[in-house]
Design a binder for this molecule. Structure first.
Ligand code: ATP
Length: 212
């Protein structure tokens, strides 16, 4: 499907930001804000993933991750928390979600947002070449995954499909947050500051991650 080039009727600019969101944290929210602003998005679909084929760890129940994602992005007008991958049986692939969004929004331009950890493994994504054909990939830096030119060169001649999302490095990760909630009451209190307040409340109400 080609780009809609009618300048009087520009294409809808649709962002896609997927993740386990187990739990959603401040860096996810900052990334979403930067994405909407920098790429002038009409909407950003925030999509909690099903049990991803490439993540060995069992994720928290879909209803908890969906509820926390809704709380984390509450109040951001352009964000659509999109539960479609949680409702899909079997493995979920980004390419299928992107194609579905394209059908629902004819002529739209898709922007896919990922951190550098995901970009490092992008060649292992199902149908990565088809993803590159239909979406522009926007990459956010993560402290432990520096970007190198050679990482882009392997995608030639499609390397012009990658852009950098301007975002200060934020060393937070969901893994670290889960570990802190499990470690002790003091560490759990500290972890509560790494997620939106309503998410911290939800985690302790539902005693997720061993939080007491
Ligand atoms: P985990 O530690 O469980 O792997 P995570 O913190 O990486 O979780 P995910 O829900 O897996 O969180 O991430 C969703 C998306 O957000 C991914 O593309 C990931 O690269 C990106 N992301 C997560 N944390 C950051 C961060 N601190 N800075 C930039 N991007 C991030």
């Amino acid at each position: 499907m080609g780009l809609n080039t009618d300048s009087a009727n520009p294409p809808t600019r649709l962002g896609v930001f997927g993740g386990a969101f187990d739990p959603p944290h401040h860096a996810h929210v900052a990334l979403a804000r930067a994405a909407i602003a920098q790429f002038d998005l009409d909407a950003l679909h925030v999509i909690p993933t099903g049990q991803a084929w490439h993540k060995a760890r069992a994720l928290s129940a879909p209803e908890h991750r969906l509820a926390m994602t809704r709380l984390a992005f509450d109040g951001m007008q352009a964000v659509r928390v999109d539960a479609r991958e949680l409702q899909r049986a079997g493995p979920t692939f980004t390419i299928d979600t992107l194609k579905a969004l394209q059908v629902e929004n004819p002529g739209c331009q898709l922007y896919l947002f990922i951190g550098t950890d995901q970009f490092a493994a992008f060649k292992q994504w199902h149908k990565w070449d088809e993803i590159l054909e239909i979406a522009i990939i926007c990459i956010a830096g993560r402290s432990k995954f520096a970007l190198t030119q050679s990482q882009f060169d392997v995608y030639a001649p499609h390397n012009h499909r990658f852009f950098i999302l301007q975002l200060p490095l934020m060393p937070v990760s969901a893994t670290q947050i889960r570990q802190m909630f499990a470690a002790s009451k003091a560490a759990a209190l500290e972890a509560g500051h790494l997620v939106p307040e309503a998410v911290a409340r939800y985690i302790s109400q539902h005693q997720l991650y061993g939080a007491g």
